[in-house]
Design a protein around this ligand. Structure first.
Ligand code: CTP
Length: 432
């Protein structure tokens, strides 16, 4: 996995001709697994549209400080706290001047003042503007304030001049940023605080077994690998993890509290018992939808000549829908409530069924995966998925290509953490 994977990068774009190269930079960051959010100045939007950056980053683009709708989604203070790195590319002479003097007269400059993580910029301007004593003074001021300046490069400029002032190529910015992040791992939000520190994550995993008699049961092919990968990654992100596990042949990840259950009813009892003390609840288990209406006390015996056997099944409770409904009630009552994440294992019309489950079960987010793809999903170490969550009045989605289940688990958790911080209106540095 790339060292930038999972990092929260806020890409600031100001109004210069090099703004179009920010699209390539966004793609590079996304390909490396970064969570990218883009903030554009008004000038930048004259060179490249927010829609382009929205499509490439997979997130809404932030353009205005005074937009009530955007503020209701992820407000500017929350966005500033969310960012591990603010990367401005291109940074124009005007933006540099405003930042050097501590202005907060638009969204991007305000975000820079409100963020205390890592600041990197790639200046881009005409060579005479770069050489001007005022710009040079501003550049020195910015460096002494803690900004890392990448470039500018020398060569032919869009205006026909030749000299120093061109923005570094996106590939060079990307590689310099990677080196910076490698060398300075403590630049994560709040210094060394991990993004899930102080949070409790409860995860259900594996299949359930629904007994027919003392020796037989109904079950499914779930290996539990996805749920266990989530538990492993949640620990790595600093969470306290409770794993409610159906019967699987997997070792307990280090540091995880594991509660073993067999049937759906047992899983439900354990899940409801965990509700009070969970910040994020992830239902990854493949719960049997039905159980035998009666469990025979003794082993069922064949009768002579009996060619068929009929078993009456009773519907099991929908565990995650119950948890989501309790969580919703708490939220309405102004009480702390966990963010609830479900899975949708489908073999056709994956997104359509997942959207339906997201809404019907009142989940905050759902992980949709196609369990019919050969080599992925059940029993495999890899998986591909699409994450779907509520964003304003629509449902946003993020596709994750086939990757190891651990990498997918990290993406799921990072998205869930972003939604959790938004829901509780606290940044990663301010937890109970
Ligand atoms: N789930 C649950 N309790 C159940 C059934 C499912 O908590 N009795 C949860 C799963 O853990 C998963 C989500 O619901 O997070 C969706 O599970 P899935 O098997 O995809 O769907 P079902 O709800 O069972 O619907 P269907 O079988 O009709 O697709």
């Amino acid at each position: 996995m790339h060292s930038l994977a999972g990092r929260h990068i806020l890409l600031g774009i100001s109004g210069g001709i090099a703004a179009y190269k920010a699209a390539i930079l966004t793609r590079l960051l996304k390909k490396a697994g970064c969570d990218v959010r883009v903030a554009m100045t008004e000038g930048a939007q004259a060179f490249i549209t927010p829609l382009t950056l929205q499509a490439l980053s997979g997130n809404p683009v932030h353009t205005s400080l005074l937009d009530p709708e955007a503020e209701a989604g992820m407000g500017h203070i929350e966005l500033a706290r969310w960012a591990e790195v603010i990367l401005i590319a291109p940074a124009t002479a005007d933006l540099m001047a405003r930042l050097a003097h501590g202005h907060a007269d638009d969204l991007l400059t305000t975000l820079c003042l409100a963020n205390s993580a890592c600041w990197v910029m790639a200046p881009a301007m005409n060579q005479a503007m770069w050489a001007h004593p005022a710009t040079q003074r501003n550049a020195r001021q910015l460096e002494s304030d803690g900004w890392t300046l990448l470039g500018p490069d020398s060569g032919e400029q869009a205006c026909g001049d030749v000299g120093a002032g061109r923005m570094l190529e996106p590939e060079a910015i990307f590689s310099a940023l990677s080196t910076l992040m490698d060398e300075l791992p403590a630049l994560a939000p709040a210094g060394n605080v991990l993004p899930a520190a102080g949070l409790t994550v409860t995860i259900t995993a594996g299949p359930t077994r629904e007994a027919l008699d003392p020796v037989r049961y109904l079950s499914n092919h779930s290996s539990g690998k996805m749920g266990y990968a989530l538990a492993t990654e949640a620990i790595a992100l600093g969470a306290k993890v409770r794993l409610i596990s159906g019967p699987v042949a997997l070792p307990t990840p280090e540091g995880v509290e594991r509660i073993d259950v067999e049937s759906a009813l047992e899983m439900q009892t354990a899940a409801e018992g965990a509700l009070d003390d969970s910040d994020i609840f992830i239902g990854c288990a493949a719960v049997a939808d039905f159980r035998p209406a009666e469990i025979a006390t003794h082993k069922l015996k064949k009768q002579a000549g009996e060619a068929q056997m009929h078993v009456v099944l009773t519907r099991n409770p929908d565990i995650i829908a119950g948890i989501a409904s309790h969580s919703h009630e708490r939220r309405m009552a102004g009480q702390p409530s966990p963010l609830v994440v479900g899975f949708a294992a489908e073999t056709r019309d994956v997104i359509c069924y997942a959207r339906d489950k997201l809404t019907r079960k009142r989940l905050d987010m759902i992980v949709a995966n196609d369990v019919s793809t050969p080599g992925l999903g059940f029993g495999s170490d890899s998986n591909a998925a699409t994450l779907l969550w509520h964003e304003h009045d629509t449902i946003a989605q993020q596709a994750i290509d086939a990757c190891p289940k651990l990498a997918l688990a990290r993406e799921i958790l990072l998205r869930a953490l972003t939604l959790h911080h938004r829901k509780t209106d606290i940044g990663p540095r301010k937890r109970r």
